[in-house]
Design a protein around this ligand. Sequence first.
Ligand SMILES: Cc1cc2nc3c(=O)[nH]c(=O)nc-3n(C[C@H](O)[C@H](O)[C@H](O)COP(=O)(O)O)c2cc1C
Length: 159
Amino acid sequence: MRIAIIYDSVFGNTAHIAEAIGRSAHSLGEVTMLPVRDAHSLDPAAFDLLVIGSPTRGFAPTPAIAEFTASLATGTTRAAAFDTRLDPDHIQPAPLRWVIQVGGYAANRIAEGLRHRGYEVVEPHGDFLVEAAEGPLKPGEIERAEAWLRQVAGSSPAA
Ligand SMILES: Cc1cc2nc3c(=O)[nH]c(=O)nc-3n(C[C@H](O)[C@H](O)[C@H](O)COP(=O)(O)O)c2cc1C
């Protein structure tokens, strides 16, 4: 299985998740891991699974990931989306928690973009939590990311 992982990260948390996903993917096949700034010449048709991830910023992916997804060649490859986002338990006051949840998350936007380009989006989307905007990741999220990749790659049953 050939797996491409394309990600963006401002403070490094999404990069840590991408690395965990990459480690997990290595046990399933050949892995190409690229920060989005280096991914413009990627040929999606050369892969069996595209994995695209971004921090959630303003309910959306970073502009670089949004542009990358929008400009991907159309294709029918399987694809999976993940993001990092604030842990709702750490958002105060509570009404702000509601606003952020209703606003939505980067992974959903990435998945919409991928579907629009013809890709077969596998679910669930990855939703990895940070305890504050600059991190750290919530304990256990690295292990959850490793398990998520195995799930979307089809090697373990859906949760
Ligand atoms: C300007 C800004 C906007 C953000 N917007 C959201 C948001 O809409 N929803 C959310 O859950 N987290 C939001 N966050 C928290 C980010 O998701 C968090 O900074 C990110 O997961 C960290 O990943 P990174 O280290 O890879 O940049 C925001 C953070 C910043 C700095």
